[in-house]
Write a protein that binds this ligand. Structure first.
Ligand SMILES: [Mg+2]
Length: 312
């Protein structure tokens, strides 16, 4: 059990974050002293604070006192379970109300567990760990489902999800948004010449190059399928997108992955279709994607190893 836990922590690269909510400072201190070495402890002393801490800190789990002045624990649970960003955070109620009806209410509200006060340290420690293992495993599965197995960058599913989120955001803020459609030139020949293993290596290298050029955390590079990649650039106008695409072209050339086509010494290159627009109500993002695709086709027919761009 602990081996699983340790492995999950290593894979994740950081301690689990536990939010402790209690109106009695002494109770918070107790939990803090118990777990401070093992977990990253965040605290709140009332319901409002608990909710704002959740939004700001995104804890992995919450230890939630039921009886508090103002918004009580049940209400905090109701609110957190109703919000998309916090609904998946497991909640453990800590309560001195030990009647069945109280416990059942907690579970009905979506709690993962209820633990009786006064706290038995061993019970709390064991149950907290069990729920954290479940949480970290769920997180790991979810992130695996959104990552391309070969290149380690986002996959098509992640791209589809993120595109809708970013597009809505750009509409709300009336900001520009750009898409890059990127394709490895003559990749079929590359595979035929060097074999699929080498082909895979080439895709890994290209993914790395594309990723290294996009510096902002809001930019997303994804594998679109086969030798095709796609990049979402929120809050980026055509000029900014073209600049980034040029860097991708240059960096790919600089990498000089050999590609000896018939009778010539040559290197692997990419072609990029760039499309940019301003987020507008009532418009679907599909037209932007189609425009980028058309521009990619333009870049290919104009001789490859280049970009073609349009503002729509
Ligand atoms: Mg209390």
């Amino acid at each position: 059990m602990h081996a699983i836990f340790d492995r999950l922590i290593v894979e994740r690269g950081s301690k689990p974050k536990v939010l402790v909510v209690d109106d009695q400072a002494v109770n918070i201190r107790l939990v803090h002293d118990l777990f401070k070495d093992e977990y990253d402890i965040v605290m709140a002393t009332n319901g409002e604070q608990a909710i704002s801490q959740c939004d700001a800190q995104m804890p992995d789990i919450i230890l939630l006192d039921v009886v508090m002045p103002g918004i009580d624990g049940y209400e905090v649970c109701r609110i957190l379970k109703s919000k998309p960003n916090t609904k998946n955070i497991p909640i453990i109620f800590l309560t001195s109300k030990t009647e069945d009806a109280e416990e059942i209410l907690g579970f009905q509200l979506g709690a993962a567990d209820c633990i009786a006060k006064p706290i038995n340290q061993l019970v709390l420690s064991a149950r907290l760990k069990t729920h954290l293992i479940l949480k970290l495993q769920t997180d790991a599965l979810r992130s695996m489902a959104l990552i391309d197995g070969l290149t380690g960058i986002a996959n098509r599913r992640r791209f589809d999800e993120q595109l809708q989120i970013d597009w809505r955001q750009c509409i709300r803020q009336e900001q520009p948004m750009s898409i890059l459609m990127i394709d490895v030139d003559y990749f079929k020949q590359y595979n035929d010449l060097y074999g699929h293993l080498k082909g895979d290596e080439c895709l890994v290298q290209i993914a790395k190059i594309l990723k290294s050029v996009t510096q902002r955390p809001i930019d997303l590079v994804a594998r679109y399928g086969g030798e095709e990649f796609v990049c979402i650039l929120p809050n980026t106008d055509l000029k900014g997108a073209v600049k980034l695409a040029e860097q991708m072209l240059t960096k790919t050339r600089t990498q000089a992955i050999p590609q000896n086509k018939t009778n010539e010494n040559s290197i692997v290159t990419i072609s990029i279709g760039v499309a940019s627009t301003i987020g507008t109500h009532g418009r679907s993002v599909d037209s932007l994607l189609e425009a980028a695709d058309t521009q990619l086709y333009e870049a290919k027919t104009n001789g490859r190893d280049r970009l073609s761009a349009i503002k729509i």
